[in-house]
Write a protein that binds this ligand. Structure first.
Ligand code: BJW
Ligand code: ZN
Length: 242
């Protein structure tokens, strides 16, 4: 568990920072009851990523992939933001244009909590994208009709999610690079730190001289690189820090 001294040190870093960037992963939503990917009850323990979260999987069996996303929509719809999400909203309101939040989470809980200065770099489960005309729209139906189609061009819709082997959106990559290079404090919350490009963000921030603080239940491949590794639950530690 994070010690009192570590928490004081982290608070001091925050107090002297000018620009803060936050990176979140599934661990922050775990405290709202959303399953992580790689934890003990993680999604990848029961499902194979390559069967469900790749463009090839969708081409092979769009029905199976949509069934999985419908199931996840159903689950996520019952969840609410937790005190860690709320603390980040408070931080954003205090820091305004000196703070940016990058999330790998697709559940939309940061937005529900009220975060606005936010990049959802892996997409959003409540959005769909047309495989024909590319139009992106918000859609909260549960379940979506089997093999949903576009109102404009009638092509198949897909989840607006970045799957393995797909590039992130140019605009998000540009924004991430900008806020990582501009920050003097990066706070990394609840990510296993193995999925790129997000897994490389801590080293980008270190390269520009930022202090990097990690909050996680356990140590990660990034723990040796960061300045301070705080072990504990996001919902307890984030509000304490901010
Ligand atoms: C708590 C807690 C609590 C728990 N409090 N903490 C070889 C082949 C093909 C591709 C690659 C390859 N090698 C590298 C790649 C690139 C690939 C990649 O990184 N793969 C690695 C697995 C090796 N990346 C990509 O393909 C990306 N695109 C890309 O790089 O484009 C260029 C390129 C293309 C092709 C080849 C090479 C480069 C796209 C990645 C998209 C990832 N999408 C997913 C799935 C979306 C599906 C969906 O959600 O519907 O996004 S993967 C999945 O992992 C999801 C997550 O956002 C992402 C990160 O997971 P996260 O958040 O870290 O969750 P967990 O579960 O792993 O960890 C939770 C953590 O929380 C743990 O540490 C816990 O301890 C902690 N925790 N409770 C605090 N209460
Ligand atoms: Zn269309």
């Amino acid at each position: 568990m994070a010690t009192h001294n570590q928490i004081l040190l982290a608070r001091n870093h925050l107090a002297s920072a000018q620009n803060v960037t936050i990176l979140t992963g599934a661990g922050i939503s775990a405290d709202s009851g959303v399953p992580t990917f790689r934890g003990a009850d993680g999604l990848w323990r029961n499902f194979r990523a390559e069967d469900l979260a790749t463009p090839e999987a969708f081409e092979r069996d769009p029905r199976l992939v949509w069934e999985w996303y419908n199931w996840r929509r159903e689950l996520i719809a019952t969840k609410q933001p937790n005190p860690a999400h709320d603390a980040l909203v408070t931080l954003e309101r205090q820091w305004t244009d000196r703070m940016w939040l990058i999330t790998q989470n697709v559940d939309g809980l940061h937005r529900t909590a009220g975060s606005e200065r936010l990049s959802e770099i892996h997409g959003n489960i409540w959005k769909v994208r047309c495989t024909g005309c590319g139009v992106i729209s918000e859609n909260r139906e549960i379940p979506l009709p089997t093999l949903p189609t576009c109102r404009l061009c009638h092509a198949l819709l897909r989840p607006h999610i970045v799957w393995f082997g797909e590039s992130l959106w140019e605009e998000d990559l540009r924004r991430c690079d900008e806020v990582l290079r501009a920050c003097d404090l990066l706070l990394v919350i609840g990510t296993s730190g193995i999925v790129y490009p997000a897994a490389g963000f801590a080293s980008v921030a270190k390269d520009v001289g930022a202090v990097v603080i990690e909050i996680n239940l356990e140590s990660t491949p990034q723990s040796d690189l960061v300045d301070l590794s705080l072990q504990g639950r996001a919902k307890d530690l984030v509000p304490l820090l901010l």
